[in-house]
Design a protein. Structure first.
Length: 328
């Protein structure tokens, strides 16, 4: 599908981490397929004269970057064309790859993208599902896969949950990159302070999960393309003395084949992801338990590609191109 036009709604490319950015892997895969590539930010979206428009720039990577992303540095590895105005419905694929935080700016962008869907745009991931599927709360849809947990703003309920399970992880529902995650053991003197702070003294619901000791072996990121898992996971192993395995929090990534339990969890969630139009998702698994379902801007493509010689970005784009052909 050499004449495909793909537009990435994303953060400024100048801010990308060239060593790990997954969107960059998708852009490279698109250029390898001779697709037209446009880039724009959420603030470049607008409803104008009854249509959703984007103020975008065409983009091309350097030959070095197309050959090997790991050979580039933070220097001059891409070119941007002049800004042009285009209706999103006239783009073949719109990839929503804006990093969290999932704030009101992000929500308003999904409203515009949903309007573009009504006009005929093919947006990945589906804007309505980006709004509906909070990355922490959505995992509770699959209780057969999750550890014991509670979501509440009431401090008495959270303290009772801790009393029942003794060792508990508390986290904000809108946290990202390992931010605002706290572990409270049996006699933790900071327990009440943690609960008061995270709930804003009972005004904000948070999630509490029973602590999973297998975090020492890594928080596994499993990527799914239209509900089908990539056959390898990236186990993000915490630093010594650290609870969080997130790469953004200093964890190290070790690739490994999916276990039987990993595949069970992926199969349990895959069908609903497909129904919701969630074409590219990253689920997080610690030990035998699903802990999060990442739908906004899943990462870890680059790390898995390096360790296993995969081309996850290319596989995703090929799947999307095949879907376009089927609905044409």
């Amino acid at each position: 599908m050499a004449d495909c036009h793909i537009a990435f709604v994303m953060d400024p490319i100048a801010a990308f981490n060239v060593n790990k950015d997954s969107t960059l892997a998708m852009i490279r895969a698109a250029q390898q397929r001779s697709w037209r590539i446009s880039v724009l930010g959420v603030r470049d979206l607008a409803l104008q004269h009854g249509r959703v428009m984007g103020w975008s720039r065409d983009m091309a990577l350097s030959p070095t970057a197309v050959e090997n992303l790991d050979a580039i540095d933070d220097g001059d590895y891409y070119r941007l064309g002049p800004e042009t105005r285009l209706p999103l419905a006239e783009v073949d694929i719109v990839m929503m790859r804006k990093d969290p935080p999932f704030d009101m700016e992000y929500v308003y962008a999904t409203y515009l993208l949903q309007r573009a869907v009504h006009e005929g745009a093919f947006v990945v991931n589906a804007p309505r599902s980006l709004r509906d599927c909070n990355e922490k709360f959505y995992a509770t849809r699959f209780p057969q896969c999750t550890p014991p947990l509670i979501v509440a703003a009431r401090q008495d309920l959270l303290l009772d949950f801790h009393a029942e399970h003794s060792d508990v992880v508390f986290k904000k529902l809108d946290g990202m990159g390992g931010m605002s995650i706290f572990r409270a053991g049996r006699r933790d003197p900071n327990l009440r302070v943690i609960v008061e702070t995270l709930t804003d003294n009972g005004r904000r619901p948070v999630m509490a999960q029973k602590f999973i000791p297998e975090i020492a072996q890594g928080d596994k990121r499993i990527l799914l393309i239209d509900g089908e898992p990539v056959p390898y996971a990236l186990a993000r192993i915490p630093m010594q003395g650290e609870l969080r395995g997130n790469l953004a929090a200093g964890g190290s990534g070790v690739g490994q084949p999916l276990s039987e339990r990993d595949r069970y969890i992926a199969n349990a969630v895959g069908g609903e992801l497909r129904q919701r139009g969630l074409k590219f998702v990253g689920i997080d698994v610690i030990g035998d338990y699903l802990t999060e379902i990442n739908v906004t801007c899943p990462t870890c493509i680059r790390e898995l590609d390096r360790q296993f010689g995969t081309d996850i970005g290319g596989d995703l784009l090929d799947h999307l191109a095949n879907e376009l052909r089927s609905i044409a």
